[in-house]
Design a protein around this ligand. Structure first.
Ligand SMILES: NC(=O)c1ccc[n+]([C@@H]2O[C@H](COP(=O)([O-])OP(=O)(O)OC[C@H]3O[C@@H](n4cnc5c(N)ncnc54)[C@H](O)[C@@H]3O)[C@@H](O)[C@H]2O)c1
Length: 264
């Protein structure tokens, strides 16, 4: 089979949280470049419209909703509106997430006894509950189609202990990696495939662009055998794989994309 057929997402409809920037935007770009239609949901209105305009300039069909993923009703409504608009939903990328602040290796505020519970609750809402809600909202549509792809964005910080990241981040990223396994089992009879990506360090705005600080960047570079931070272009191949026919026998997987960080 030709690569073009294996990775064919032409005409697909995909819904992406946190799609205005970073990893969500990278997924939108690779899907749009291969003929998919894109629904973006993001809290940052100006960035959202900028990202949508850039995709439309390439000929892609794009709809946008400005909203907080912690607003479960609005998030659900945006998924339903996507299906109302295009009549189907092929894939969702539950991607939006936030840093929980620096971990104890980098800041006293990251120590267990210093963790601020208001921040903890917010991180649970944004990084964990929103993933559950995105998957819940997609499920009836995908069940009716008897097909669908759910992709969730965890982190290597959710698979192993990284004292550089906060407790809330590691707890939520670990939880969503496990929700994926649970849902993959439940949803398999409807041919709904549920997978998780666990990135290492990519240069984005996460944590107020923490990797723009050379001292912090060096710490994250040294966490992988490749000794560098990844570019967003390097995220696209795995994401296209998980959204396309090439991964039709993959479900319940948690895939690191981390320059080998998990082997150290
Ligand atoms: N960058 C990395 O190194 C890295 C590593 C592992 C995992 N991740 C995960 O990737 C995901 C995307 O982060 P990124 O690195 O692309 O960061 P980013 O800050 O560049 O992009 C995040 C996007 O999500 C949006 N967003 C943030 N909070 C939101 C909310 N409450 N409601 C709706 N939209 C919201 C932002 O406006 C932004 O457009 C996160 O879940 C993050 O944990 C990133």
């Amino acid at each position: 089979m030709k690569a073009q057929q294996l990775f064919d997402v032409q005409g697909d409809v995909t819904f992406i949280t946190g799609g205005a920037r970073g990893m969500g935007q990278a997924f939108a770009e690779v899907m749009a470049a291969n003929g998919a239609r894109i629904a973006l949901y993001d809290i940052d209105g100006p960035a959202l419209e900028e990202a949508a305009a850039a995709l439309r300039a390439t000929g892609a069909e794009v709809i946008t909703t400005q909203g907080d993923v912690a607003d479960s009703a609005a998030l659900r409504a945006a998924v339903d509106a996507t299906v109302a608009h295009w009549g189907k939903l092929d894939s969702v990328f539950a991607n939006a997430g936030m840093s929980a602040g620096r971990g104890y290796a980098l800041s006293e505020a990251g120590r267990l006894e210093a963790v601020d519970l208001a921040t903890w609750e917010r991180v649970l809402q944004v990084n964990l509950t929103s993933v559950m809600v995105t998957m819940q909202a997609a499920t009836p549509h995908m069940k009716a189609q008897k097909s669908g792809r759910m992709i969730v964005n965890s982190s290597v910080g959710g698979l192993r202990v990284e004292p550089q990241v906060g407790y809330g981040y590691s707890a939520t990223k670990s939880a969503i990696a496990h929700i994926v396994r649970h849902a993959a089992l439940e949803l398999a009879p409807w041919n709904i495939l549920v997978n998780c990506v666990a990135p290492g360090a990519f240069r984005t705005n996460l944590g107020s662009g923490r990797l723009n600080d050379p001292a912090i960047a060096k710490i994250f570079e040294d966490m992988s055998p490749l000794k560098r931070i990844a570019s967003l272009e390097e995220f696209k191949g795995l994401m296209l794989l998980l959204a396309s026919p090439a991964s039709s026998f993959m479900t319940g997987t948690v895939i690191p994309i981390d320059g080998g960080a998990m082997v150290i």
